[in-house]
Design a protein around this ligand. Sequence first.
Ligand code: PGA
Length: 233
Amino acid sequence: MLIVLNNKCHFKKGEFLDYQKELSKIDCKSKMILCPSFLYLTDITLGNISLGSQDVSIYKEGAYTGDVAAVQLKSCHVSYTLVGHCERRKYHQETPDILQKKIRNLLDNDIIPILCIGEEKLSREKNQQLLSLSNDLDQVLSPFSKEEIARLVIAYEPIWAIGTGDTPTIEELDEVFSWLKEKYSQTKTIYGGSVTLENITSLKTVSKIDGFLLGSLSLEPRTLQKVVKILEN
Ligand code: PGA
């Protein structure tokens, strides 16, 4: 089971240090991956928690002011990176060719890309979610070999579920994850979008989900501990 914590743009330095202390007390046998702000990547002493970043440059390294390259992330022990989160696609106009460059740089540096995909509310209402996901995946992953795709993690995060309190039904999740596993049988697939202490018991019944990507929940170590306990029982 993978548990990915996406802190997004939260925590000032002192808050992060307190958070980190709380987080390190969590009893977790699963693979937990913390994706904090870039600023704190080198401040982390988290024992068995793996390090992730929320983004990476499309460039290899050099004169690219403000960018953080995969080779730099690797040198700070980052082993996972989120790619194509819907907030990056929306606020930074990230297109499939940008995502391809990021994935290539990450794979070249032995960092596992966590590719985020998810349909808009309208696609879901028209029952076109698989078509929308398929178009996106085919576009983004077209330059990569089967072996390379097997090294990725795919995070299914419906856009309408992120930060809204809405989640797909168990049947809807079964449909998407069965389809994903048929398409990419070797790739780990996780779910993200409004995961809470209240819905985790039901979400964990979807057998093809290999883990969860947590936004708001990642910010609350005490609640997170309860969620981890449920996932591991
Ligand atoms: P959320 O965010 O858990 O707050 O809905 C998930 C995400 O954006 O990855």
